[in-house]
Ligand binder design. Structure first.
Ligand SMILES: [Zn+2]
Ligand SMILES: [Zn+2]
Ligand SMILES: [Zn+2]
Length: 361
């Protein structure tokens, strides 16, 4: 990291951050290094590009995103898969219940990345460790899905497009693979979506075949017919929520607190609520936001404990005052706050909360 650096804010590094699959099976692999060789595909700052051949017969690989961006998400600089589980970010964050607040607008993003980098240099921010703050149940699921050994096949040469058309005459000399292409979701991926964990067809496929029900037991109190949602970002409207949740049962009402970014979906029947929880738990993505779904709070007994939150779990419509006061109430017990990597904790990025600074820009 040291040495003469005339390119302020540009990243210089000695060795890439790679997953075992991208590195290949030779620990002594030779790497070609090019300082400021290309712009990072996420933050657009020039960074040190590495190129190497990960084993005999494999294609040349290179780093695509900078080390800082890789550390922020704990992903490989080349394949952008999670370093711990070898899974797409979207799968990890959905199952692990992790919320990401990395800005996507270019100016704010560069500012965020720059601060993260400084914090890493100061030692106030260490490489994101996804493990500690994850849902324990989600973590178990990720462990089951995780690759237990490197997947070197991913490093094979690209398919020969001439072979596919029947016009390659290079035979065994052809450096590309002579196989017919199968429809491959990877072809429809892009690195930014994979990095931000959104619209990732590979992730969708993995999530669809993952049994994600049965990790949220229905509350014993049969009068509870509400879902409590977290991470309801300001751009999510009641219509968006209705559009997602109406399919599971008749909805009596929807209450959104923009300020607390929470919402209640109140079903008319317990069956509807149970179906909704079963289908949406760890599987609710609206407008690119991963929504955290929990059961509503049990209805409390006695006048003293009748907080406004209970309004949402009873069968009547909450009043305007109750809706307004939702902003003041904490989430139900056990719901917890949004889970983040340490690297995503704005308070760890310096003395000034990053969000505050960003808000003033
Ligand atoms: Zn970057
Ligand atoms: Zn990789
Ligand atoms: Zn060929």
């Amino acid at each position: 990291m040291s040495g003469p650096n005339h390119h302020k804010g540009w990243e210089s590094s000695e060795f890439p951050i790679l997953c075992g699959s991208c590195l290949g099976d030779n620990p002594y692999v030779r790497m070609a290094k090019e300082q400021f060789g290309k712009e990072c595909k996420i933050c657009q700052r020039p960074f040190t590009i590495f190129r190497w051949v990960p084993g005999a017969g494999m294609r040349m690989k290179k780093t695509e995103i900078c080390q800082t961006c890789a550390k922020i998400k704990n992903v490989c600089q080349t394949c952008v898969l999670d370093l711990e589980f070898g899974l797409p970010v979207e799968v990890r964050d959905t199952l692990g219940g992790i919320q990401d607040d990395m800005p996507t607008s270019d100016v704010n993003k560069q500012f965020y990345v720059h601060h993260a980098e400084q914090a890493m240099a100061d030692g106030t921010l260490t490489q994101a460790s996804a493990g500690g703050k994850m849902d324990p149940a989600g973590r178990e699921q990720l462990k089951k899905l995780a690759r237990t050994e490197p997947y070197y096949k991913r490093n094979r040469p690209h398919l020969c497009s001439f072979y596919a058309k029947g016009t390659c005459n290079r035979g065994d000399e052809c450096p590309y693979r002579h196989e017919l292409p199968v429809t491959n979701e990877l072809a429809h991926q892009n690195i930014k979506d994979r990095y931000y964990g959104q619209n990732d067809p590979v992730a969708k496929k993995i999530l669809n075949r993952t049994d994600r029900s049965g990790h949220l037991d229905a509350p014993e109190d049969p009068s509870i017919t509400s879902l409590f949602l977290q991470n309801v970002e300001p751009d999510i409207t009641e219509a968006d929520l209705r559009g997602f949740f109406y399919a599971f049962g008749d909805i009596r009402s929807i209450v959104i607190s923009k300020r607390s970014r929470v919402a209640f979906i109140n079903y008319t029947t317990r069956e509807g609520a149970e179906r909704a929880v079963e289908k949406s738990f760890n599987n609710c993505n609206i407008k690119g936001h991963v929504i955290r779904v929990q059961w509503g709070k049990p209805k409390q007994q006695g006048p003293k404990s009748a907080s406004h939150a209970d309004a949402a779990t009873t069968s009547r419509e909450p009043t305007v005052d109750e809706i307004a006061s939702l902003d003041a109430i904490p989430p139900p017990p056990g719901a917890g706050g949004p889970v983040r990597y340490s690297a995503m904790d704005p308070t760890q990025l310096g003395q000034v909360p990053l969000k505050k600074v960003l808000g003033e820009m």
